[in-house]
Design a protein around this ligand. Structure first.
Ligand SMILES: C[S@@+](CC[C@H](N)C(=O)[O-])C[C@H]1O[C@@H](n2cnc3c(N)ncnc32)[C@H](O)[C@@H]1O
Length: 246
């Protein structure tokens, strides 16, 4: 995995936890060795606070949250070999389908105080948990109780974002995601879209669904970088990494 600034997965492993990155700061996203296993972790922006039942580890006085690929599809994608990690320190991210904030919280860790993540969630009940447990403890999250089918309703987004992350598990999710990207993603910006094949068409083979959704993105002017299946972490799921050419 390469980040936009060129950090590779192997360099994270070599540098290890607590070692300063290129710019003299501890890395926000890295691999740590715990009990002889490589685990993904993010630097905790809200020290002392957990979001789910993730493990906290402290090394060199810095607290990290272990990022479980069975609980977060973005962690699964990175673990499975995502080619490029477009979300990095300082990124602005529009996140569709925030749910209770498990993945949003790790994105919040990665982008740090100089970044911003807008988390859209349509269910008021779920959004309440997201707001109380996650967004209120992190200054870089703007929660929005809104329907992703109405991207024009997000008045709070003043300038276009670097990355759109979509995980809404709806039959017409690709069309919704494309509308959101056209409204809010900057040219040259990246899209990460989770595809749960059973949410789109239970009668089709997952591979066929992934191909069809990829084609819809290509027809909407996206360049596809990677289609990555998320098994064994998530059955019949893939993540599509694409960008809007500048
Ligand atoms: C699969 S869950 C997302 C899990 C989350 N991304 C994570 O990794 O922690 C899908 C979420 O999308 C939300 N959702 C579905 N349709 C939506 C819509 N039209 N607008 C906003 N959110 C929507 C659901 O309420 C649900 O919380």
């Amino acid at each position: 995995m390469k980040s936009q600034r060129g950090h590779s997965r192997s360099s994270c492993q070599e540098q290890g936890i607590g070692v300063k990155g290129e710019e003299g700061r501890a890395q926000k996203l890295l691999w740590v060795n715990i009990d002889n296993q490589q685990k993904l972790a993010t630097q905790n922006l809200s020290a002392g606070n957990k979001v789910y039942d993730e493990r906290l580890v402290s090394i060199g006085g810095i607290e990290y949250r272990v990022w479980d690929p069975f609980r977060s599809k973005l962690a699964a994608a990175i673990t499975k070999g995502l080619e490029t990690m477009p979300i990095e320190e300082g990124s602005s991210v529009l996140y569709l389908g925030a749910s209770t904030g498990t993945t949003v919280s790790h994105i919040s860790d990665i982008i740090g105080k100089s970044g911003i993540v807008y988390g859209v969630e349509v269910s008021a009940r779920v959004a309440r948990e997201f707001i109380e447990n996650v967004a209120e403890k992190r200054s870089n999250i703007i929660p929005m109780v809104a329907d992703a089918r109405k991207p024009e309703s997000y008045g709070v987004i003043l300038s276009k974002v670097d990355v759109v992350y979509a995980d809404i598990a709806q039959p017409d999710q690709t069309q919704i995601t494309i509308q959101n990207c056209h409204a809010h993603l900057k040219k040259g910006g990246y899209l990460l879209m989770v595809v749960k094949s059973r949410s789109i068409d239970v009668t089709k083979e997952p591979r066929e669904v992934f191909l069809e959704e990829t084609k819809k993105l290509q027809d909407a002017a996206f360049t596809i970088r990677q289609v990555l299946k998320l098994e064994p972490f998530d059955k019949d799921h893939a993540i599509i990494l694409a960008y809007l050419p500048a």
